[in-house]
Ligand binder design. Structure first.
Ligand code: AMP
Length: 168
């Protein structure tokens, strides 16, 4: 089926190309990250464009977390992670930069940051990605759409046909 130009998905004020999506359910989107903190850092967002967690219905919360758990299992396996950082920055005061509810799914490896919790200062924009990671701070330029699309293709295969809608 040819990609439809009519379908648009919003992430806060941003229009997300279909090529960046790897999961689409009734209430939830999986989006590859334009500036990952670690390889495999993806976002699981609500389909409805609302900023705050407390604005979600119970059905939206349930789907966000069910899909987040599924995606986290895939990410942990694909990136041979030792653990995961799963977090929601809920509101600007909490470091949220895109006003649209989203769960960060970030694979973690023992020793990836000098102190494990240093990742939170990188997430809120005050800290630096450490030298020993695969991503240095210079490389934290926005990724190309081709690069993100290639990652989304891999993740879509992993997601399979769960309760996913076709991403076309
Ligand atoms: P937060 O600061 O918690 O709101 O997180 C925003 C996340 O969105 C960060 O991980 C950004 O790298 C990511 N981001 C920003 N713009 C885009 C975009 N156009 N496509 C994908 N991810 C984005």
């Amino acid at each position: 089926m040819a990609p439809s130009v009519a379908r648009k998905f919003m992430f806060g004020p941003l229009t997300i190309p279909l090529a960046q999506l790897f999961l689409l359910t009734k209430h939830t989107l999986g989006i590859v990250n334009i500036k990952p903190i670690r390889p495999g850092h993806v976002l699981v967002a609500t389909r409805r464009q609302v900023a705050r967690f407390n604005e979600l219905s119970q059905e939206e919360v349930a789907d966000l977390f069910a899909q987040g758990q599924r995606i986290s299992k895939i990410i942990e396996r694909l990136y041979s992670a030792d653990g995961l950082t799963l977090c929601i920055q809920d509101g600007g005061a909490a470091g949220q930069t895109v006003p649209h509810v989203h769960l960060h799914v970030i694979p973690r490896h023992t020793g990836d940051f000098a102190n494990s919790d240093d990742i939170y200062s990188v997430l809120d924009g005050t800290g630096q990605v450490p030298q020993q990671t695969h991503i240095d701070n210079e490389q934290r330029r926005p990724r190309s759409l081709d690069d993100m699309a290639a990652e989304a293709v891999i993740l879509r295969k992993e997601v399979g046909d769960w309760d996913n809608e076709p991403i076309v």
